[in-house]
Write a protein that binds this ligand. Structure first.
Ligand code: F6R
Length: 615
């Protein structure tokens, strides 16, 4: 979604802003811009909109502009929400006098009423964005408040919604004021240069030390230091946190794209997820927890909330938790959970699953769960993310940064983490003997090597994709844990190739979808030896009878299942509840090749963003 970078102090240059924005490009954007401030408080603004390589244009325009030395600056990549992706909607936005400038991430939900009020008081708006109200509110507030930080503090409570923003004022050259509420924001420092950014990669190669900013806190930064305040004006300590991601690990390392790199990284990522998780007592080692150790034993229900690919990982967890623990599991798409009346109490464990830890729908569901008194646990990949800080307990998936918009390695890492959680619940509930848990854990640690075997079939799966690159309609079917795999296979294909693809529980075919099957349809069947193997074989027969093409994902020895002219992709056989970890990989590779064959940008699919911080 939108990206923010801001810099002040000795090392403030235009290049810090443009290169920082480049590092946020993977999040998706449709316009970009910067405002720089010289030591006399004079602003210069540059913006670009739409079209490929907008950030390169911004960079070359900035070079041509020869801004001279600057004291501070703010930059932004925008992904349109309020107002189209046009130049006049591009950030940074300014007030009526051009003396305040703002970059913003998230949504000011009550911006319409705020804007109407401001217009009635004579303010003139030059964009359709919600962001611009922040600049005009600050313009008014600065008249009565002594400083930008006090002005930000006074307007923050009147704006509703999840947002983070950075403001500068020409009356205080060199001062950056950042505010955060349920949208990501970090602070960085390298000697006398300070940064504020929405995401670590923007300043990873610049900052040496990183600091958290909590929700409803604001930070005032100059080259001389940073001070954090709450909305009551009390000073808050700066809390440093370690950043272990190297810049190199956030780059492509020689691959054509991030997606192929990340698919191929899965064995290592899953190993990291599983490594050192079980204490000698058999207890799961969690990353952070404020819950009392016995609280899990009191759980009588689990509720999983997530979106998209993370939801599919949650579906796999439901099968495992119910099988191993006999504790009932409910599963909800986060955006549904918060708007119904979920039956949740203090004996419910609400598990939020999210790669980014910032997805607004899931974050809001987590808030709702806390309000309802549930115990909460976040499974996420980004250390220190909003969900990680909100939940009582955190399990990090440790998959490393994922840049490709389509989630791959973080999905298998999520399943790995959730399987560990399921085993831990079984231990807590006394539903499995310690020796059984040890044996299952041992078996799970062998799965990364099985994934590697699938990856070795990269080219063979590419050949299958080539055969079907002219096809235009795909159905993915599976049963039991093969069902979430089918959903994920369909999601991957449609996300990056834009081909119509649906996932179904195979038993549902006859209740409707079978009407769509004809000789033009391609059906991908997850037919590994999990619990309902015989039944999925019958479902494949139903498909064959409708003359549709069939691609089978099966285990070695079952190749004979495929008829002449059909495709069979062999994957190693593992424990039935671990099968999604292996079975999903050929579907990721298939989607990747299909998209590449169609000439699509696999890392940045249209209309999608890596982190969805809007409702
Ligand atoms: C699909 C994909 C999305 C995300 C979803 C949730 O490839 O990446 O469906 O899974 O937007 O995002 P997180 O996991 O960050 O909460």
């Amino acid at each position: 979604m939108c990206g923010i970078i801001a810099v002040t102090g000795q090392g403030a240059t235009v290049e810090v802003l443009t290169s920082g924005l480049k590092r946020l490009e993977y999040r998706g954007y449709d316009s970009a811009g910067i405002v720089v401030c010289d030591e006399n408080g004079l602003f210069s603004r540059l913006r670009v909109a739409q079209g490929k390589n907008s950030l390169d244009r911004l960079d070359s325009d900035a070079k041509e502009s020869e801004f001279g030395s600057i004291i501070s600056g703010i930059g932004h990549t925008r992904w349109a929400t309020h107002g189209g992706p046009t130049l006049f909607n591009a950030h940074p936005h300014i007030d009526c006098n051009g003396t305040i400038s703002v970059v913003h991430n998230g949504i000011v939900e009550n911006f319409r009423e705020l804007k109407d009020d401001l217009i009635s008081r004579g303010h003139i708006f030059s964009s359709e964005t919600d962001t611009e109200v922040i600049a005009h509110l600050l313009e008014e507030s600065l008249i009565s408040k002594g400083s930008l930080v006090e002005a930000v503090s006074s307007i923050a409570p009147i704006m509703r919604g999840a947002m983070s923003f950075v403001a500068i004022s020409s009356t205080e050259p060199g001062v950056l004021v950042g505010f955060k509420r349920m949208a990501p924001m970090v602070i960085g420092r390298a000697s006398n240069t300070w940064f504020i950014a929405s995401d670590i990669p923007a300043i990873l190669d610049r900052a040496e030390v990183f600091y958290h900013l909590e929700d409803d806190h604001l930070v005032c930064v100059t080259g001389g230091g940073a001070e954090i305040f709450n909305l009551e004006g009390d000073s808050v300590d700066l809390v440093e946190f370690p950043v272990t991601w190297s810049l190199e690990s956030a780059e492509k390392s020689g691959f054509d794209d991030f997606m192929s790199k990340e698919i191929l990284e899965q064995p290592g990522a899953l190993r990291d997820t599983l490594a050192g998780r079980l204490a000698s007592s058999g207890e799961l080692i969690l990353d952070e927890t404020t819950s009392d150790p016995d609280s899990l034993a009191r759980i009588n229900k689990v509720f999983i909330v997530a979106c998209g690919t993370s939801y599919h990982a949650g579906m796999v967890a439901k099968y495992a938790i119910e099988h191993w623990t006999k504790v009932p599991v409910e599963l909800d798409i986060s955006s549904e959970f918060r708007y119904r009346d979920p039956v949740v109490d203090e004996r419910t464990l609400v598990v939020a699953v999210s790669q980014s830890g910032e997805t607004l729908d899931t974050l809001a569901a987590l808030h709702e769960a806390k309000n309802l008194g549930a115990q909460t646990l976040a499974v996420c990949n980004v250390v220190g993310s909003s969900m990680a800080r909100l939940a009582d307990t955190v399990m990090y998936t440790r998959a490393g940064p994922e840049v490709g918009v389509a989630a791959t390695k973080t999905h298998t890492a999520q399943i790995g983490a959730l399987l560990l959680l399921a085993l831990n619940l079984a231990r807590t509930k006394g539903q499995l003997y310690p020796s059984e848990i040890d044996a299952l854990y041992e078996e799970l640690t062998l799965v990364p090597a099985k994934i590697q075997e699938v990856l070795n079939s990269w080219d063979a799966i590419g050949e299958v994709a080539k055969r079907f690159s002219g096809s235009s309609r795909f159905y993915f079917i599976g049963r039991h844990v093969g069902y979430p795999v089918a959903l994920e296979g369909a999601l991957k294909l449609k996300e990056i190739s834009y081909l119509p693809a649906e996932g179904y529980p195979a038993g549902e075919l006859k209740h409707g979808p079978i009407a769509m099957l004809d000789e033009m349809a391609v059906v991908v069947a997850i037919a590994t030896r999990t619990r309902l193997y015989e039944k999925i074989v019958s479902n494949i027969e139903e498909v064959r009878a409708r003359d549709s093409s069939v691609i089978i994902i099966g285990n070695p020895g079952d190749e004979g299942q495929a008829n002449l002219g059909e495709s069979f992709i062999s994957v190693p056989r593992v424990h039935p509840l671990f099968a999604p970890l292996v079975d999903v990989v050929p579907l990721q590779i298939f989607a990747y090749h299909m998209a590449r064959n169609l000439g699509m940008d696999v890392d940045r699919p249209r209309n999608l963003a890596k982190t969805v911080t809007v409702e």
